[in-house]
Write a protein that binds this ligand. Structure first.
Ligand code: PLP
Length: 355
């Protein structure tokens, strides 16, 4: 049976990305060696890093003065590496969910942290809007897409201070005004690559200003200066990232990714709103087009596991909601297809008919 992958991360990748990466694992560029067993310093691997970096710059239209680096440690390491490098005195955080809160916790190791706005009291079921941003912050940290709760800032915020974006789960799904940001980071396993690499975009002129001694590995300058080759980078994940960036470009770039995301989300949210069994969990204006969360309406609550089994039998994978929300979550990253979304919608309609 055909499987439709709605996993939240690691998540679905374009089939050709997986096939091309698999080929290189068997024989890297005709060298007779596997991608898994070559030196990262080999002259034939450098072009992979260079092209991946160049494609990210091109696709996101990154202005001069920014560097793109590839590190290990996931977005979770960035929760502390960002403030280590950019928190001089005081930083602001928007508390919009689990990941944003974790980022805020780590920043407190490095200086004063202001919670500029929060939707915690309402269980993160909407985004904070209309808040004042103090002008004396070093940066405002925003988790642009809240993977667990299914809310998303689909536009770059207007802010008197530079932004830092955790874009782990929506990077490359829309055009971004990078000039508003001091840094953007993303664990690549949601929308860019297999797990194991983190993409960080940093503004060069703001590096090296933090009033603290940084261990070598924590200082972004180390990795900028060495082109992500200070130590052994995650070679295979970076290769899969390159393949995904080639795919995004060939499909028409981030504008086209945005168009597809909106199209998929409309189909699924329309059904969530129409179907008497289901309802969305977050404020309609804040709905994520990447992670679509929904639950059974109160009067049908006891049917939840029945619908889960029903959908699973029809090929759906990974639709269980995060344990802190319950219900269902359909993650629709760049590689998700209209066919996949239609299959889920059909399962919802067919299940409704059985009630
Ligand atoms: C998944 C995720 C993270 C954590 O990423 P890791 O790479 O596992 O550390 C952080 N932020 C957001 C928004 C995420 O979706």
């Amino acid at each position: 049976m055909k499987k439709y992958n709605f996993n939240a991360g690691p998540s679905m990748l374009p089939r050709e990305v997986i096939e091309n990466t698999a080929k290189q694992i068997l024989d890297f560029n005709g060298t007779g060696l596997s991608l898994m067993e070559i030196s990262h310093r080999a002259k034939y691997f450098q072009p992979v890093v260079d092209e991946a970096e160049a494609l990210i710059k091109e696709l996101l239209d990154i202005p001069q003065g920014y560097s793109v680096i590839f590190l290990g440690g996931g977005a979770s390491l960035q929760f502390m590496q960002i403030p280590a490098n950019f928190l001089l005195k005081k930083a602001g955080y928007l508390n919009t969910g689990t990941w944003a809160k974790k980022a805020m916790k780590e920043a407190k190791h490095f200086g004063e942290v202001v919670e500029v706005a929060s939707s915690a009291e309402d269980g993160y079921m909407h985004l904070p809007h209309n808040f004042d941003i103090p002008a004396d912050l070093d940066y405002l940290h925003v988790c642009t897409n809240n993977t667990i709760y299914g809310t998303e800032y689909r536009k770059d915020l207007d802010s008197p201070v530079p932004l830092i974006g955790d874009m782990s789960s929506d990077i490359m799904s829309r055009p971004v005004d990078v000039s508003k940001y001091t840094a953007i980071y993303a664990g690549a396993q949601k929308n860019m690559a297999m797990a194991g690499v983190t993409v960080i975009i940093v503004k060069d002129e703001l590096l090296g200003q933090a009033p603290r001694e940084l261990p070598t590995m924590l200082d972004y300058r180390t990795h900028v200066e060495k082109g992500s080759m200070f130590n052994t980078p995650p070679v295979v994940p970076i290769y899969s990232l390159l393949e995904t960036m080639r795919w995004v470009k060939a499909q028409g770039g981030v504008k086209e990714m945005d168009r597809r995301a909106q199209e998929r989300a409309k189909i699924l949210y329309d059904e969530i709103d129409r179907n008497k069994l289901f309802r969305g969990t977050v404020a309609a204006e804040d709905r994520s087009v990447m992670n679509l969360c929904f639950v059974m309406n109160d009067e049908y609550k006891e049917l939840e596991s029945k619908f889960f089994d029903f959908a699973t039998e029809r090929g759906m994978v990974g639709i269980k909601g995060h344990r802190s929300v319950g219900g269902f979550r359909a993650s629709c990253y760049n590689a998700q297809t209209i066919e996949g979304v239609n299959a889920l919608v059909k399962a919802m309609k067919d299940f409704e008919k059985t009630i």
